[in-house]
Design a protein around this ligand. Structure first.
Ligand code: 9MG
Length: 314
């Protein structure tokens, strides 16, 4: 009862009409997506879904203060994620949470570059940079990053050209509005169709800019300008989002959607987050972005085993 109220009433324009019928919901069929992602200098095999670890290098992430202490702690955390099985470690120097203070490109570079340089030298996992700024993309790739994860899907001036020039993989994420205001009144007529069309159009823009299709993955942007109903509709229809079969990346880890459903604070959202990770894989996600790599990978492995059994491939 409480759970139903917490998720909120269905909006007349929400995605209820787009929900799959009972036969398709939670299908464990193997997705028909591109099964690999070309990074800078190697190919990430996505025949089985992988985990991307979240490594925030913002002042509030490492409370021990001081630039060097912060770098050491971030590198240690990134190494731990790689040991736990992350295929990618995503390094970000600017928070995209509503209300977070924006930072300059210089500051973002100061935060992420030393961490990327040291991580690339120490781990076999790929390192991506979570940024929208072209200058940061170039500096991060010069430091060794092999993927750009952009919550603005390369829409800032110069971002498309920077990513194309870097010769790396890109994650194109959907966001309605900007982080500061995106949760004020998210509005869609048909959320799944609109997000799918946005991602497809950004993939076309990438192709026109010279980014090879094998370098692109797409992401519905859970929590970025969406109500809980929008988020759930997208998660229930992930297989429909991979524009032309592009791999789908999903991040739900510790997000407010988990809190709204479970009633738990961010630090207590592990179980809800890993449940979503497994279900996202069951719905066709190829990459799951998560803070808790070991637990998420376990959940992903469970989903893979079930999928294999479902396809008679065990
Ligand atoms: C940076 N960031 C925060 N949440 C994210 C999500 O869901 N996906 C991607 N690609 N990046 C995210």
């Amino acid at each position: 009862m409480a759970r139903r109220r917490a998720v909120g009433p269905r909006r007349s324009t929400d995605a209820g009409r787009e929900r799959p019928g009972p036969g398709r919901a939670f299908s464990l069929a193997a997705p028909r997506f591109q099964m690999k992602l070309a990074l800078r200098d190697r190919t990430l095999d996505l025949a089985e879904p992988v985990v991307m670890g979240v490594l925030n290098v913002t002042p509030d992430s490492f409370s021990d203060g001081g630039l060097y202490a912060g770098v050491d702690a971030a590198v240690a955390r990134g190494e731990r994620m790689a040991e736990e099985g992350a295929a990618i470690v995503d390094v970000g120097g600017e928070s995209t949470r509503p209300g977070a203070a924006p930072v300059t490109a210089e500051e973002e570079i100061r935060r992420v570059v030393p961490v990327i340089e040291r991580l690339v030298a120490r781990i076999r996992a790929a390192v991506s940079v979570d940024t929208s700024k072209p200058e940061v993309m170039r500096a991060a790739v010069a430091a060794g990053a092999s993927m750009v994860n952009d919550v603005r899907a390369l829409r800032l001036p110069g971002a498309l050209e920077a990513a194309a020039g870097c010769g790396v993989a890109v994650c194109l994420m959907h966001m309605q509005g900007e982080p500061a205001t995106m949760q004020v009144r998210p509005d869609y007529a048909r959320v799944v169709a609109e997000v799918r069309e946005f991602l497809a159009s950004r993939a076309r823009a990438c192709a026109a800019a010279g980014i090879a299709r094998e370098r692109i993955c797409v992401d519905p942007g859970i929590g970025f300008g969406k109500t809980p109903a929008h988020n759930l509709a997208l998660l229930a229809n992930l297989a429909a989002l991979g524009a032309d079969g592009l791999p789908v990346l999903v991040g739900v880890s510790r997000k407010s959607l988990v809190g709204i459903i479970t009633g738990r604070a961010p630090e207590d959202r592990l179980a809800g987050s890993v449940a979503f990770a497994a279900l996202a894989v069951a719905q066709g996600a190829s990459i799951v972005r998560a803070h808790d790599v070991a637990a998420t990978l376990d959940a992903v492995r469970v989903a893979i085993a079930l999928r294999r059994a479902g396809t008679g491939d065990s």
